[in-house]
Write a protein of this length. Structure first.
Length: 470
């Protein structure tokens, strides 16, 4: 049964730092530039004196970053006591949200949670602990688990290793779906240089995808929303020039990547005999390697663009970090265990996949707001990309085309949220800065919705209503 409706308005004020972050991010993608880069650079700085050095290309030990400078007042410690409410402040948040939640566009199944991140107090709840199908808002949980298990500086490696006799090399996938032609070309050049240095100009090529276990196809089957989930691929197996969203996908991304690598080796002066074939990586140090962007960047891209391929990669990286099989089942266990370490409510939760495409996923609104609240807590600085990666209402990512009609326009630039969309399922979870500068975390989940065109504006109006609260 849904939990009883609860609500409470607390007082307090904080700096409008995240408003500035939202504005700055309109001109900056999730990979670089603008407020996000400034936050990450500041967060990675030591808290005391000393000389900073450029990070090594290989993964380094996770750092303990300081709170992002853009919102020192907003990111107040959760353990701080709640300030007293000023006299005359409206105290009935339920009176605002209940009519909006009753919108027919949200269907008959709906849950909600609104939390003040500075105090951790729930301000409003409508069945907040009831598990629901989250669609892509489950990516918040996937990303949180990966950041918690690996740290924001973790990078995913793709390597090339030579056989002891030097007559064969193996291209080994580490689970980086963002490997692109430029980095693959650089990897081939480095490999060719190393081979020539050893006196070899002709090799056989194998490719190793054994890091991942279990079925490669997502349970939804071949689909333009996601490529086969394999440890070696280029550009997420996309067969067009798209960078995000749906696209025709390769049926065998690993073989395609190995074939392209063989051609690049040939151009670099190394003859490749025969066709690339599956194989196991020989023992020994790699000849060459290439790394993904830091995990913080991968998380931001995952959330901003609702990147399904990256989300599944993050789930498997979590499984590997927790010594679980890098499979759908292994990732499910690892993600759940890691979230348990964060102390968020997991009753009834299910993480059948990392992307939210699987309808068997279940999370509660309270779980999502709990994770967002942890990300705003200075005690969990590694989780900060959960906030900086959220799309900005009316400006970036999957929210670029929303919050464009009144009254939802009140949330443009102030709401940052992860969207979720499946047929009959529409969700929205994120943060909003109120009129008096407080940072609220919210999650609204709706099931059996009549259509996305009706449900999405209703969700936007709910979150925008929070922006006007005092």
């Amino acid at each position: 049964m849904p939990e009883p409706r609860t609500w409470q308005l607390t007082a307090g004020s904080a700096a409008l730092g995240l408003v500035l972050a939202a504005v700055a991010v309109t001109a900056a993608g999730p990979w670089d530039g603008g407020q996000r880069t400034a936050e990450r650079a500041r967060a990675a700085a030591p808290t005391a004196g000393g000389t900073r050095h450029a990070p090594p290309p290989a993964p380094a030990a996770p750092r303990r970053p300081a709170p992002a400078p853009s919102a020192p007042g907003v990111l107040t410690a959760l353990r701080a006591p709640a300030p007293a409410a000023p006299a005359g402040r409206p105290a009935d948040l339920a009176a605002v949200l209940v009519p909006l939640l009753a919108d027919p566009g949200l269907g008959p199944l709906r849950t909600a949670s609104v939390v003040d991140t500075a105090t951790g107090r729930q301000l409003y709840g409508e069945g907040p602990g009831t598990p629901m199908t989250p669609a892509s808002t489950v990516k918040i949980a996937t990303a949180a688990a990966a950041l918690s298990a690996l740290g924001p500086d973790h990078r995913i490696a793709t390597t090339v290793t030579a056989a002891p006799d030097g007559k064969a090399v193996t291209l080994t996938g580490g689970g980086d779906p963002t490997l692109d032609p430029a980095r693959l070309g650089a990897l081939a050049a480095d490999t060719a240089r190393a081979l020539k240095g050893r006196g070899h100009t002709s090799v056989r090529l194998a490719y190793d995808t054994s890091l991942y276990r279990g079925p490669a196809l997502h349970p939804i089957g071949p689909n333009e929303n996601i490529a086969p989930v394999v440890a070696l691929m280029t550009r997420e197996g996309r067969l067009d020039d798209s960078e995000s969203g749906t696209a025709p996908r390769s049926a065998d991304p690993a073989r395609d990547t190995a074939t392209a690598f063989a051609e690049l080796l040939t151009r670099a002066g190394i003859k490749v005999t025969g066709d690339p074939a599956p194989g196991r990586t020989p023992q020994g140090a790699p000849l060459a390697r290439t790394y993904s962007a830091p995990l913080a960047d991968l998380v931001e891209r995952t959330l901003t663009h609702s990147d399904n391929d990256l989300a599944e990669a993050l789930a498997r990286q979590t499984a590997l970090a927790r010594r679980q099989p890098a499979s759908f089942q292994g990732a499910e266990k690892a993600v759940r265990d890691e979230l348990g370490r964060l102390g968020v409510p997991l009753a009834g939760a299910r993480f059948a996949d990392g992307s939210g495409l699987d309808r068997r996923d279940r999370v509660s609104a309270a779980l999502l707001t709990g994770l967002l609240t942890r990300a705003a807590d200075p005690a969990h600085p590694a989780l900060r990309p959960l906030l900086t990666g959220l799309p900005v209402g009316g400006f970036t990512g999957t929210l670029a085309g929303r919050f464009d009609t009144a009254p939802a326009t009140a949330g443009a630039g102030l709401v940052r949220a992860k969207t979720g969309t499946l047929t009959g399922v529409n969700t929205l979870a994120g943060t909003v800065v109120t009129a008096d500068g407080r940072l609220l975390a919210f999650a609204f989940l709706a099931g059996r919705t009549p259509s996305a065109s009706e449900a999405q504006p209703a969700l936007d109006r709910l979150s925008a209503a929070l922006a006007g609260r005092k």
